[in-house]
Design a protein. Sequence first.
Lengths: 259, 222
Amino acid sequence: MNPRRLFLALAAAASLNLAQPAAAQEPPVIAAASDLQFALEEIAAAFTAESGQVVTLSFGSTGNFARQIREGAPFQMFLAADESFVFDLARDGFTRDEGQLYAEGRIVIQVPEGSALAADGTLESLRLALGEGRITRFAIANPEHAPYGKRAEEALRHAGLWEPIQPFLVLGENVSQAAQFALSGNAEGGIIAYSLALAPQLESQGSYALIPAEWHQPLLQRMVLLKDAGPVAEAFYAYMSAPGARAIMDRYGFTLPQG
Amino acid sequence: MDWTALTLSLELAAWTVAILLPVSVLAGRGLALARFRGRGAVEALVMLPLVLPPTVFGFYLLLVFGRNSPVGALWQATFGHQLVFSFEGLVVASVIFNLPFAIQPAQRGFEAIPADLREAAATCGMSPLRSLWKVELPLAWPGLVTAMVLTFAHTLGEFGIVLMVGGSIPGETKTIAIAIYDRVQAFDMGAAGTMAAALVAISFSAIAVTFVLSARVGRRLA
């Protein structure tokens, strides 16, 4: 076969194979805020055990997912860490409706073992360490697009620490990466989601303390079905309000809406 | 070990190589032989992805292939789904981003062929195509193999673009490099370590293969 014909044959094969739409029975992909990293994995496992149906989870920052949904990302359901993103998507016609509240999140200060900081929810230890120059790095999620980062900023502002801590901040792309930074041993600590601090994978690596809820806007977490949600996504959406899922969310420190 | 992600990465690399092999033969040979005004500009354009930050590239891909762009809209109308956040989108991105890795070594391979050899082939009455097949490719193939191995290995490792235009969808756009990033964020250092080691092994073998092949060719020609 001459090279040109070979090229055409390859190109034809490529377009044929690539043009096939995703199989209808493939599990729906669900976009979830990273504070749900561990809780939702458990819920998805319980959902599969009870219903025999499978969902695929993708974790990231709420703001990034909202942008990707606008660009046409093929998610069927979106669990945001902040409801404003869901309302914006609903207003612009990307969702079925305005969804429903599924949890309220909290933030904690998390410090690794051997840190110069104490896990102190009033951030007094942080204030002291900043004054004495004992901080090298402090991790939060990126406030630009991660709701937990925004709330961390508000809490730091409330404590009057936002300006002095600027040179030391490292920003995670989402709250899960912020937690990874905080516990990596390369930072004195960070402000992360309570739900992550309670995860078995993190609990052994340091200590944490809740930051008063009045110090920041509430983390009202809303979920919504997107325009092309199928029956499995619908079932999972409904399952989030079932007792099994609620028990898991409760165990991960989420405050649950009346159900 | 995330086998879905590894398979996806290997598939992506295979598609990229399959599409870029004929491109590298044609473009590599063309750039090696042709003398035309603006050749320097074409070469510079081909090399651009080498120095461009992947995020810059990803940003423009989002603009050009996004659902609000003409290209994105045409794709949506033809295939019924988005180009961005799909495997096909990754293939397109990967093909463009690997142009320098595919074309540059191929071009060097063709440049190494003495001009009189090609002229002798023409004198013997060989058509350009036959000359390419019988004379030039047998001599230029180490360059082509290097090009394809580099393309393959580079595709496996690509991260920035995939992060920007992929969306980390398992089985669709979550490549092995993204899976490693994901696992680190999930505090699963064990799985991240296994996958990272697998990538080191694959990349090392790929490079070793090119070295062995080109050494063998060097002996044969000597």
